[in-house]
Design a binder for this molecule. Structure first.
Ligand SMILES: O=P(O)(O)OC[C@H]1O[C@H](O[C@H]2O[C@H](CO)[C@@H](O)[C@H](O)[C@H]2O)[C@H](O)[C@@H](O)[C@@H]1O
Length: 284
C-alpha cells in the first residue's frame, strides 16, 4: 500500500502537519468497532485488527496521548483489543460508554459513573416490547450494564427490522430518561449527558494537546467529528479520518463525507497508524 498520509482537505493537511511538527503535544484518538476492529455479526466475537495494539503501542511512545473512544464498556474494548498486555502500550486511555467511563493503562482500573435508573427499567421492559413487536429471530439485546443495545445484524432483514424498532425504542428510552444512539445495525439506549465529542474535547483540554487526530466509522463518531471541527475553529489543528467499509456494507455516508481522509476499514486504519509511527520515528 502507498502512503495513506494524504488528507484531501486543507484543514486535514494542517492537522497532519501540526501533528508531525510537534508529536509530543498531539492527541490521537480512535474508535473501536469498525475502526480498529472489523465489523462481525456477533459483537462478542469482534477483535481488533492483528496489528492494532502494536501500532498504538509504537505511537504511544511517540505522541503525547493515545486514546480509544468507544461505545463499548472500556474493559470490553481493552479485552477485545488485547490492550492490557500489549508490549509497550503503557500510556493508553480508553474512554468507554461514549465517554462516560475511563480506563487508563497506568492503573488498569475503569472509573465508571453510577448506573442510571432508567437502564434497569428498560432492561425489565425490553423483552416484552420486542415480543409485542414480533421481532424476528436474530434480534439480539446486548446488555452493557450501563446501557442496552438492540442489534439487528443477524436477522434476515437488518435494515427493515432496525427501521421498525426506531420509534418504539425511542419512546421506551424517552419514558425512562435515556437517550437513543443509532449505529450500524444497532440502536442503543443509554444515559444522556455525554458523547464522544464532549469526551474528546475534555481529554484534549486535560492534555493541553496542540493537535488532534480522530478516526471513526459510525454515527456515534460524528459528535467527535463535530468536536474536532469546533477545536479547529478555535485554532487547534485536527485531522479527521473515516474508516470506510470493506465488507460490502455501504459506508456511513455522513462520516465519510466529513473526513479529511478515508481509508479502507480497520486494515487501512492500522496501516495509517503504522505509517504515522514510521514517519514520526524516522523524523526523531
Ligand atoms: O464506538 P464503537 O467502538 O464503534 O462501538 C459502537 C458499538 O459497536 C458494537 O456494535 C457494532 O459492532 C458489532 C461487532 O462488529 C456489530 O455486530 C454491530 O452490528 C455494530 O453495531 C457494539 O456491539 C456496541 O456495544 C457498541 O456500542
Amino acid at each position: 500500500m502507498g502512503t495513506l498520509l494524504e488528507p484531501t482537505t486543507p484543514a486535514g493537511r494542517a492537522g497532519l502537519a501540526a501533528l508531525l511538527a510537534e508529536p509530543r503535544r498531539a492527541l490521537l484518538a480512535v474508535d473501536f468497532d469498525g475502526t480498529l476492529a472489523p465489523i462481525v455479526a456477533d459483537p462478542e466475537q469482534a477483535v481488533a485488527h492483528p496489528g492494532a495494539a502494536a501500532a498504538l503501542a509504537r505511537l504511544s511512545g511517540l505522541v503525547g496521548t493515545v486514546a480509544v473512544v468507544t461505545g463499548r464498556p472500556a474493559l470490553a474494548a481493552v479485552r477485545l483489543g488485547g490492550f492490557a498486555d500489549a508490549p509497550g502500550l503503557d500510556h493508553l486511555v480508553v474512554l468507554g460508554h461514549y465517554g462516560a467511563e475511563r480506563w487508563d493503562s497506568a492503573t488498569g482500573q475503569p472509573i465508571a459513573p453510577g448506573i442510571h435508573p432508567g437502564v434497569a427499567a428498560v432492561r425489565a421492559e425490553l423483552p416484552a416490547l420486542l415480543a409485542s413487536l414480533g421481532v424476528p429471530e436474530g434480534t439480539v439485546v446486548e446488555d452493557k450494564e450501563l446501557s442496552l443495545a438492540v442489534h439487528t445484524r443477524r436477522t434476515a432483514d437488518p435494515d427493515g427490522v432496525l427501521a421498525r424498532l426506531r420509534t418504539p425504542l425511542a419512546d421506551l428510552a424517552a419514558a425512562h430518561g435515556l437517550a437513543v444512539e443509532p449505529g450500524r445495525m444497532v440502536i442503543e439506549l443509554r444515559p444522556p449527558g455525554v458523547d464522544k465529542g464532549a469526551a474528546l474535547t475534555s481529554l484534549v483540554r486535560e492534555r493541553a494537546a496542540g493537535a488532534v487526530l480522530y478516526a471513526g466509522d459510525d454515527l456515534g463518531d460524528l459528535a467527535a467529528f463535530d468536536a474536532v471541527d469546533r477545536l479547529r475553529a478555535d485554532g487547534l489543528p485536527g485531522l479527521l479520518v473515516a474508516s470506510g467499509p470493506v465488507t460490502g456494507e455501504p459506508p456511513v455516508r455522513e462520516v465519510a463525507e466529513r473526513a479529511d481522509l478515508v481509508v479502507p476499514g480497520p486494515g487501512g486504519v492500522v496501516e495509517l497508524l503504522e505509517q504515522l509511527g514510521e514517519e514520526l520515528a524516522t523524523a526523531r
